[in-house]
Design a protein around this ligand. Sequence first.
Ligand code: TPP
Length: 560
Amino acid sequence: MTSDKKNVSLLADIFIKKGLSDIIISPGSRNAPIINAFAERKEIKALSIIDERSAGFFALGMAQQIKKAVAVACTSGTAALNYAPAIAEAYYQKIPLLILTADRPPEMIDQGDGQTIRQKGVFANYIKASFELPVVVNDPATFQIAEQVINSAIDQTMFPEPGPVHINIPLREPLYGTTDSKVVGKSFHTFKETDSISKETIDDFAKRWNTSKRIMLIAGQMQPDSVLNRRLSALSKLDNVVVLTETTSNLYDERFVDCIDNVISTIVEKEAKEFQPELLVSFGGQVVSKMIKKYIRLNPPADHWHISESGEQMDTYLSLTGFAPLKPADFFRLMSKQIKNVESDYAKEWADRVEKVRNAKKDYLLEIPWSDLRVFELLLIEIPGESNLHLGNSTPVRYSQLFGSQTKFTYHSNRGVSGIDGQVSTAAGAAFTNPKINTIITGDLGFLYDSNALMNHNLTPNLKIIVINNGGGGIFRFIPGSDSSPHLDKFFATNHNWKADKIAETFDVKYFSASNEKELMETLAAFYTEMSRPALLEIFTPSENNAKILKAYFRYLKSS
Ligand SMILES: Cc1ncc(C[n+]2csc(CCOP(=O)(O)OP(=O)(O)O)c2C)c(N)n1
């Protein structure tokens, strides 16, 4: 059985032929044809999630794991708008999503009909492409248009780089009609992969590289990439190269500088030039460290190239002079063939500073009392290996950077646009899809904001939610400006005494808590062995001490 609306029946057919299998549907009436067309197909796994905002992020978490598009489908009106945060995150984090919004037919828009807004192109500023299906598909011309729309839309979720694509679907009543005859369509490629860089351009890049004594490579957020990792490891052995990574880069080598803030915070003005790169090569998505952005903007390289498959010219450091439309692994493969050894002290200068800072950090951590910093130190040791670690905005993802990259984790974080509005939902989607342990560490506001993540029948026992409850937005006690504002408590940190226990109980999530180190260590074992249902561990830390301890940490590193 399928919907008698040919546009959605065709969509479901090509969706399957293109190898897609997952859709998350939120309840509504206008989208009844989508429900009938997708939920009945045995090749499709259709889930139901009530809150569209959470559903969008759940789909994002799934797509992050399976690395192909997951569809979301909802009814018309504000339901569609609630996908916006997840779409923006998917756009900037380059995660494939297929957004299906049911709509009134064109003649009903702006005519006083219920649950109706202007939906066509509604996500215009943060979507890779927007399409609309014909309302009626009843002749070869409309059939061909619909086939083209569906094939292009699905292809563009992956090419030239992954991202979100929207198909608006106008549907005329009656909506619930079904039929046994499925519409059968064609699946075809609408994209050609092209070789987009000339040998001359690569030669020019190599020439510049071979005359640089100070080359810095900065990796932004990316999924694990073992080929790239190997190439960077080889490059990091060169005297003139330093490789800077973050936990969210998912790259590992003991020569990589993986605690950027620890090091940058110690560089005083008079030595700034010693660490300044002559050539900077950036790749990957967002970089968490504000310190490196500030440092490079103040000490810009003579040349900066950005490498991305789609050839975007992202000028994070306000110094861009070149770009290459290549996968970073391919770019470094081409460069490696031509690179010569250049005598330089640059790598050693960085390595010496890293070593010094590492020792200072060790000393400082020996002394610190119960605080967010101490909690992170313990958690990053105790969280089981071979697991996904999802880092919330804003202090969890920042604290993790201070401890460097561990091979036992694959790190994820909604750093595309750094919202706090879907972090738990994203981790829940990842846990649903990937049977490994998936731990999300979030602040209290982030958890409370996205508590609808728990209003979901698809939560799995491998989902482990850790809420660091410091009674408000702890980041604002650290940021210069908000930390000393008279509005800190009410408008920035937004202090509260709320707890997560009753929320967990309502949604049948097993609740644990800890308020000191002993309790934390005792509780963690039970938390991670709870395998009958999802679990939430709320860790209470003292709001005011946290920022003091973190500020003193950076002062200590600098003075050591
Ligand atoms: C949707 C959204 N609204 C507002 C912000 C601004 N913001 C960034 S961090 C933050 C506070 C987060 O507090 P909490 O979850 O307790 O984490 P902590 O600051 O302690 O890390 C806010 C409000 C945001 N990033 N996203």
